[in-house]
Write a protein that binds this ligand. Sequence first.
Ligand code: PLP
Length: 654
Amino acid sequence: MAHTDPPDLPPTSSRDDSWTVQDTADLYRIDEWSEGYFTVGESGHLMVQPDNRISHQIDLYDVVRGLEERGIRSPVTIGFPDLLRRRIEEMVGAFGDAIESNNYRGGYSGVYPIKVNQQRFLVEEVEAIGRNLNFGLEVGSKPELLAVMGLTANGPDRLIVCNGFKEERYLRHVMLATKLGRRIIAVIENLDELDTLVRVFQDSGARPMIGIRLKLESHGSGRWRHSTGEKAKFGLSIPGVLKVVKKLAEVGMLDCLVMLHCHMGSQISDIQVVNAGLAELTRVYVELCRLGAGMQYIDVGGGLGVDYDGSQTNSDFSTNYGLQEYADTVVYRVMSGCDEAEVPHPTIVTEAGRALVSHHCVLVCNVLGANRVDRWAMSVEEARTRLEEVPDQPRAIEEVMDALSSVRDDRLLESYHDAVQAREEALTLFRVGLLGLEMRALVDRLFWSTCLEISRLARDLEAIPEELQELEHSLSDTYFCNLSVFQSLPDSWAIDQVFPIMPIHRLDEEPDRRATLVDITCDSDGKIDRFVDLEDVAPSMPLHAIRDGEAYYLGIFLTGAYQETLGDLHNLFGDTNLVYITMDEDGGWEIGEIVEGDTVKQVLGYLQYEPQTLLKAIRRDCERSVRAGRLSVAESRALVEAYDAGLTGYTYME
Ligand code: PLP
């Protein structure tokens, strides 16, 4: 796809030579959403600060260029294990501080729910980082449990929490892990599971550690608010909880009931939800203690939110609290509920996933080209010259022309309405065959020129009318990005999730274009048109004009949770390359691990195509064409080689 910057057009805003990297940082609000992990460097490159104990930063643009030199193409997901360590340590530190300042007498144990991002390297890292931090793992299915059992072979004391639907085989694996000495808790989500669990453990002679998932009455917030309440998919209501207690007492296993669990929904945006939910959870916890259960753990589930848009509000993609406030709230609520009932303080377990792993991954893609409306712009003089060549032009054309020549900054809205009306009349003539294609093209160009002029003048207004704000966005460029939204940013497509996006270089230059982003799938939904903006979420974002022959890279941040692993193969675009980057001793960077993205061959294989059979068919076809004289032997050979190379290539634009 060609770069399409027209050379002779004025920029949409005048270029400011006094522009600084701080202006860029302010424009993209990086200080608000990045939690200090990303900054704009003096070099004009995006810098990553994975480890706050070291002053060195990693130059993300340098990493991307270095990867390209090694043949690792964009789109590429870049993970920073040091940043992951930093997040986990901050989480444990926040709970440590809350425990100390409240004189809480129980402990804290985080578990990482691997469904949030199951990449082996990542889970191994969490396991390794968590070794001295009392940090364990949470699983929600049988395959996840089998993976975690293997990964914790050398750390049996790590807490493993088992959620999700459990049939007999799942529970047998839990029993096996118990016999292997793992500290593993099976959380009962429905009553059917209980009978099976009791039977499996009675037969084995092992003693289980059991948890109950409680259906909270208090309401969640944000997109996942329906994870609580009577209609929630998982968990037991109070009568169900009592039934579990009764059954366990009957079979002599009430002492095995050690945990009460809840999950208030993902991305909790309002701290009041945590407050209310924990008050309820703790009340049930102390009642279970009173009934004689062997309670030791209170598990508050996941839900700790990420401030994707940096607004610090209770909007869907933000949070009105920070990590320390969350930890303080949890510890205080559990403590006061237990103190009131004179019950010992339990170990607090959290299952935060998104908040742990979102930050450590950046998806980087290259921009392939741009569509610019202003490439069709023309001046009044140019239009007049063109019209002089056309005898008997319809009045409608003259009116579109008038709209352009009469744009004035004191009547911008009227000018816009005039232009819309004049174009509508011209379109009517076109529809009934009274206007030819040439004139229709001229009308479109005059109309866009009028809109561009109105939009340019509107930027100087103190208050820009809503219609003109929308006009500005609708005139923005379209940047074609080498990625599939369905594969790499499914939440952007499915739930309109906002991710912070910005270029990773040229940050010392003022971005003088506005654009929306589209991906390379053949699907009009494959686009991004919700961006972090100075005031609110905006449908377009500021970007630099693309320069001919020069790559332009965008970073899509906070993508470490729930993205690639949930993505799909729409149009057969496969997994992107994934690279983990660590700091080297001199402050540079090195590649820790590479997980190569899918090749065309692999994605075809997932859908039962056999690449060898396809290749054979092409070979036969080529031979036939040689015999029929449509191809020379050399052409046929080149064609087979190109097909074969295509099969082993990356699914994205190379
Ligand atoms: N625990 C349970 C039971 C969940 O269902 C989820 C996700 O929905 C999580 C933990 C992780 O939630 P989050 O990533 O929002 O912290």
